[in-house]
Write a protein that binds this ligand. Structure first.
Ligand SMILES: [Zn+2]
Length: 496
């Protein structure tokens, strides 16, 4: 190892996050405009005097947004105070028509909390400092791409007023891969709560603070003294919009800062912009350390009291707990349990099938066959949720021995997805139903396999053994087989 890499190993990254997530509500946070963004929609059509910030328009708080925030707080183990308040964060920018953003300042709806996740097979817990509600600003499009060179900028207020939750973590992350794993877990929990849609464009935005400290400054519990953190210059990386983007941006930024330190240069305290297409962070040339937003109380919204109401808001079983229960209740291995709880919808689908069959059979059909075929077609479980009855029927056809596993997997399941037919329609069209002869032959095989003692007796020349086996086959075929044929088939099989 060279002297230089040894030096690099003595340093560690310290990362904290501000995660903005759009909440899945029907309407915006302070007005009745829809939040349902349509790819085809015209700019500035989903707006009203409130979200356009017209004089005299008054905000009315959306109960659904508060409910979603309380759910998030409960899932993160936050303290949800008796009373929470809204503030105006003042800044002048075209994406904000009121010239202030309604947000929460000194009394957020969620105080503290934590989230546990796995990274490289290890469990990690990151502390949540706070989570608060606010409104999303509008969106800007710089003609020609970049803010520096654009001739003009277009503004669209359709997004303005979409409810946002800002979740702030402690600087507990030590690597970019930890951040990615945390975001994946956070997304999973939010989706389980039914308050977030990760597939919606722009629904997740991350700002990250990153600084480099000496590894020796980290104590046994992974904590770093406040004074050490304060003396390390940090950068704020903005414009991160995915789990993968977060990992790439922060890995880049970590290397950039370590290289600067290695060369004896000071890391500048600044805001940097993640340029996804170039895979680098670039300085936004804003040198100020503290912004003064002149926060003051939002007088148009009374303090919000959730003390009595919050207890009535229930949250579903969360992913970790559900995974654990699947292992115990259905005897699944860790891998199957993880696959089957990857989303709440998959888990619900599995449990409804598992109710009718052996849990292992149900797990194979949902985790391996169905999810595999869906994935191959770029489909989700939600695309087939309303066809649960048809999938149950498919598993039933296999379970009852009416079609072979191979035909079920390779023909019926695939055509169910490609041609949207029912399993019975496909079985008929393809002529997959087992013939009577198939059924008798299978019963002969089974009878021989299940009764090694009788087989032994037959070979020892005992007269009753063959009759016993014939009786077994007749039982398996519910008496539908011809005893003479069974007798013949058994002899052939036993003598071969
Ligand atoms: Zn509106």
């Amino acid at each position: 190892m060279s002297a230089q890499t040894a030096e690099m190993d003595d340093l560690t990254a310290v990362i904290g996050l501000e995660v903005h997530v759009q909440l899945e509500t029907a309407t915006k946070i302070f007005c009745g405009c829809s939040t349902d963004a349509d790819d085809e929609e015209e700019p500035n059509t989903r707006t009203c005097p409130v979200c356009l910030g017209l004089p005299g328009a008054l905000p009315v708080l959306n109960e659904g947004a508060v409910e979603a925030a309380v759910k998030i707080g409960k899932a993160l183990g936050s303290d949800i105070p008796e009373e929470t308040r809204f503030h105006r964060k003042n800044y002048y920018y075209p994406d904000l028509p009121k010239n202030f953003q309604i947000t929460q300042y000194d009394a957020p709806i969620c105080d503290g909390g934590e989230l546990e996740f796995s990274v490289d097979g290890e469990r990690r817990t990151v502390e949540i400092e706070r989570a608060h509600l606010e409104e999303d600003p509008g969106s800007l499009t710089h003609a020609g791409g970049s803010i520096d060179t654009a001739e003009y900028t277009l503004v669209d207020y359709n997004r303005a007023g979409t409810p946002l939750m800002e979740i702030v973590t402690a600087p507990d992350f030590r690597s970019a891969s930890e951040v990615r794993a945390f975001l994946a877990k956070l997304t999973e929990v939010l989706e389980y709560l039914g308050v977030f849609d990760v597939t919606r464009n722009g629904s997740l935005r991350v700002d990250a603070n990153l600084s480099i400290v000496e590894r020796a400054a980290v104590d046994d519990e992974g904590r770093i003294a406040e004074s050490t953190l304060e003396s390390a210059n940090r950068t704020e990386v903005k414009n991160i919009s995915s789990h993968k983007g977060a990992e790439k941006a922060l890995a880049y930024e970590e290397t950039r800062q370590k290289n600067a330190i290695k060369r004896g240069r000071e890391v500048e305290q600044e805001t940097r912009h993640w340029d996804e297409s170039r895979g680098i962070t670039v300085s936004m040339r804003s040198k100020e350390a503290e912004k003064d937003y002149r926060y003051f109380r939002e007088a148009d919204l009374p303090p919000l009291r959730v003390s009595g109401w919050k207890d009535e808001i229930e949250i579903p079983e969360l992913p970790d707990a559900r995974r654990e229960r699947f292992r115990e209740e259905y005897g699944l291995d860790a891998e199957s349990a993880a696959k089957l709880t990857s989303t709440k919808q998959v888990a619900d689908f599995y449990e409804r099938i598992a109710g009718s069959f052996d849990p292992d059979t149900a797990a194979t059909w949902v985790a391996d066959n169905l999810l595999g075929e869906l994935n191959y077609r770029d489909m989700e479980i939600t695309d087939v949720e309303d066809r649960l009855g048809e999938f149950t029927r498919l598993v039933e056809l296999v379970d009852d021995g009416e079609i072979t596993v191979k035909n079920a997997e390779e023909i019926v399941l695939r055509r169910m997805l490609d041609d949207v037919l029912t399993p019975d329609e496909i079985v008929e069209e393809e002529g997959l139903g087992k013939t009577d002869a198939d059924v008798v032959e299978a019963a002969v095989e089974e009878a021989i396999e299940e009764n090694p003692g009788a087989v032994e007796d037959y070979h020892a020349g005992e007269d009753g053994a063959l009759n016993f086996l014939v009786g077994q086959v007749m039982g398996k075929t519910q008496g539908s087989a011809d005893p003479g044929t069974v007798n013949e088939l058994l002899r052939e099989r036993l003598e071969s």
